[in-house]
Design a protein around this ligand. Structure first.
Ligand SMILES: Cc1cc2nc3c(=O)[nH]c(=O)nc-3n(C[C@H](O)[C@H](O)[C@H](O)COP(=O)(O)OP(=O)(O)OC[C@H]3O[C@@H](n4cnc5c(N)ncnc54)[C@H](O)[C@@H]3O)c2cc1C
Length: 485
C-alpha cells in the first residue's frame, strides 16, 4: 500500500497523486476511468491513463511540468459536455480535471467584471450576481453544467450570442499554464485591448491545445431594462427563413433568434418540457428582444408585421415570465429531447450566411433522403449557426458510419454555401478532416506552426483540431482505437 491507498505499479500515478493535496486526488482504476473515456461526442472512446483533480494553479503547473518532463500526454477537462470530442483522451492522456477549481474569486461591479476559476459552472455566475442586477451573457444550452474553462476552450456560443457575442467577446484576462508548466497571465488586470498580439483571442477557442486556463476574468453586463419574447409558427421553412432575414434587414438585432424544424418540434414535444407546439408546422421561430423599455414595443410590432408578411400561421408574445421561461426550457433542452424519438443522435454545427438558409436546409433534406436517416434542425438562425441533428441507431450495423458521413455532408453543404464547419462546438476530433473544406494545406500548416510555439512536444491534447497526422502523437494508434458505441 502506497501513499493515499494507491495500489498500482505505475510510478507516474503515484508521483502525480503526491503532487495533489487531499485524498480523492486521482483516479486510475479501469472502472473509474470509464466515465472519462469520452465527452458529449460519444461515438469515439478511449480510456485515459489517469484523471487528476488539482485544487489550484500551483498543482496544475506541477502536474503539467511532470507530464512535460516525462513525456506523458495530457489534456484539460471541464464538465466533459463538449460535442466534438475535445476532451477525449485519444493517446491515453493523463486528464487534468478542473472541477475542483470552482471558486468565484471576485466580482467588481464598478468595472463590470468577475474573476472565476475554470471549473466554475457557467450559469452559477449569472445566479451569483443577478440579485445586484447583473448577468454573464454567453449562454450555451448546457450552461447549467458546463464550465467557464470549457467555454473558453471551445469559444462557446449560445442563444443570446446574436446580440451580445460569443465567449471571446466577454473574456478580459486569462491565467494559463503553458504545456511546459510555466504560468503566464494574459490581459493582466482585465484591461481591454492591450497592445501586442491578441493572445486572449488566440487562446479562446484553441480547444485546450495551447495551454490550460486556470483563472478567467470575464465581462459582466447589467440586466436589460425590459425583454419580450415572441413565438411564431410557419407552415413552411422558406417563409420562416425569410422572416429571419427580414427581421435583421429591418435593423432589429434581437437578443436571440432561434429556429426549430418539424422533426425537432416532434422531439421537444415528446420530451420533458412540451409547450403544445402544433406538430404539422415546418418551422417555428423563438425571438427575444431586450434593451431599454421605450423601444421594445415598437420592435415587437415590427417583428409581428414581418411574420405576417411571411405568412405566419400563428404568432404570440409571451404573457408572463413563467411562459417565457417555459418556451426557453423547451428550446434549450432540444438536443437532449432527441433521445425521446431516436436511440442515438449526432449533433452537427455549421455556419452559413443567413441568406442561404432555405438553400442549405433543402440540401440537408436531400442528405437525409440520400442516407436514409432523419435529420432534425435546431439552430441559432439569427447568426446562421445551424445544428443538424442526425438521428440513428448505433445497434444497426453500419448506421453509425452512415450518420458520420451524413453529418460530414451537412458540413460540406455549409462550406459550399460560403460558411464554416463550426459555429460554437469546436473541431475536436469530430471535424478534423472537415477543416480541409475551408482551409488549404498551407493555412492549416500556418496554424499548426502556432501550436508548436506553445506546445512543441505536442503532449497537450494531441490529435485534436487539425488534420495533420505527421505532427500528431500516435495518430495511427489512435485511429485503430476508435470504436463505435
Ligand atoms: C445538451 C448540450 C447543449 C449544448 N449547447 C451548446 C450551446 O448552446 N453552445 C455551445 O457553444 N456549446 C454547447 N454545447 C457544447 C458544450 O457544452 C460546450 O462546448 C462547453 O463550452 C464545454 O464545456 P465543458 O466544461 O463541458 O468542457 P469540456 O467538454 O470538458 O472541454 C471542452 C474543450 O475545452 C478544453 N478545456 C476544458 N477546460 C479547459 C481549461 N481549463 N483550459 C484549457 N482548455 C480547457 C478541453 O480540453 C476540450 O478540448 C452543448 C452541449 C450539450 C451536451
Amino acid at each position: 500500500m502506497s501513499l493515499k491507498g494507491i495500489r498500482t505499479n505505475d510510478k507516474h500515478i503515484k508521483n502525480l497523486a503526491n503532487i495533489v493535496e487531499g485524498n480523492r486526488s486521482i483516479l486510475y482504476k479501469k472502472e473509474d476511468l470509464l466515465a472519462y473515456d469520452c465527452d458529449g461526442f460519444t461515438i469515439h472512446r478511449r480510456l485515459p491513463r489517469a484523471v487528476v483533480f488539482p485544487n489550484n494553479t500551483e498543482e496544475v503547473a506541477k502536474i503539467v511540468k511532470y507530464c512535460h518532463e516525462h513525456d506523458l500526454p495530457f489534456l484539460a477537462r471541464g464538465a466533459g459536455t463538449g460535442l466534438s470530442g475535445g476532451a477525449i483522451p485519444l493517446n491515453g492522456e493523463v486528464i487534468i480535471s478542473l472541477v475542483k477549481m470552482k471558486r468565484l474569486i471576485s466580482v467588481d461591479f464598478e468595472n463590470r467584471r468577475a474573476v472565476v476559476e475554470p471549473g466554475f459552472v457557467n450559469l452559477k455566475l449569472t445566479n451569483s450576481i443577478s440579485d445586484k442586477g447583473y448577468y454573464y451573457a454567453p449562454d450555451p444550452s448546457s450552461q447549467y453544467c458546463c464550465t467557464i474553462g470549457g467555454n473558453v476552450g471551445e469559444n462557446a456560443g449560445g442563444a443570446h450570442c446574436l446580440k451580445y457575442g460569443v465567449t471571446t467577446n466577454h473574456i478580459l484576462g486569462l491565467e494559463v499554464v503553458l504545456p511546459n508548466g510555466e504560468v503566464i497571465e494574459i490581459g493582466k488586470d482585465g484591461i481591454p485591448d492591450a497592445p501586442g498580439y491578441d493572445l486572449l483571442g488566440l487562446l479562446t477557442g484553441s480547444e485546450g491545445t495551447l495551454g490550460i486556463v486556470t483563472k478567467i476574468t470575464v465581462r459582466i453586463l447589467k440586466n436589460p431594462e425590459a425583454k419580450q419574447t415572441v413565438l411564431a409558427y410557419f407552415d413552411n421553412v422558406a417563409d420562416g427563413s425569410q422572416a429571419v432575414s427580414d427581421i435583421i434587414s429591418a435593423g432589429i438585432v434581437p437578443a436571440a433568434l432561434e429556429m426549430m424544424d418539424q422533426i425537432a418540434i416532434e422531439a421537444v414535444e415528446a420530451a420533458a418540457f412540451p409547450v403544445g407546439h402544433p406538430k404539422d408546422i415546418e418551422a417555428l421561430l423563438l425571438i427575444e428582444v431586450d434593451g431599454i423599455s421605450a423601444g421594445i414595443d415598437e420592435q415587437i410590432h415590427q417583428i409581428l408585421e414581418v411574420c405576417k408578411r411571411n405568412h405566419v400561421r400563428e404568432v404570440k408574445v409571451a404573457q408572463s415570465e413563467e411562459e417565457r421561461a417555459r418556451w426557453w426550457a423547451n428550446r434549450k433542452t432540444g438536443f437532449g429531447a432527441m433521445g425521446a424519438i431516436s436511440p442515438d443522435y449526432l449533433v452537427q454545427d455549421g455556419v452559413i450566411p443567413r441568406s442561404k438558409l432555405p438553400e442549405v436546409l433543402n440540401r440537408i433534406h436531400e442528405i437525409s433522403r440520400e442516407y436514409g436517416l432523419r435529420i432534425a434542425n435546431i439552430f441559432h438562425a439569427g447568426d446562421g449557426n445551424l445544428h443538424p441533428l442526425v438521428l440513428f441507431d448505433a445497434r444497426k450495423p453500419g448506421e453509425t458510419e452512415k450518420a458520420l458521413k451524413a453529418g460530414s455532408a451537412c458540413l460540406q453543404a455549409c462550406a459550399d454555401a460560403g460558411g464554416s464547419i463550426t459555429g460554437e462546438h469546436g473541431v475536436g476530433i469530430e471535424k478534423r478532416e472537415e477543416m480541409r473544406f475551408i482551409f488549404s494545406d498551407e493555412e492549416i500548416a500556418a496554424q499548426t506552426d502556432i501550436r508548436e510555439v506553445f506546445n512543441p512536444k505536442n503532449l497537450l491534447n494531441a490529435g485534436k483540431l487539425f488534420p495533420t497526422p505527421g505532427r500528431c502523437l500516435e495518430v495511427k494508434k489512435e485511429e485503430k482505437s476508435v470504436t463505435a458505441s
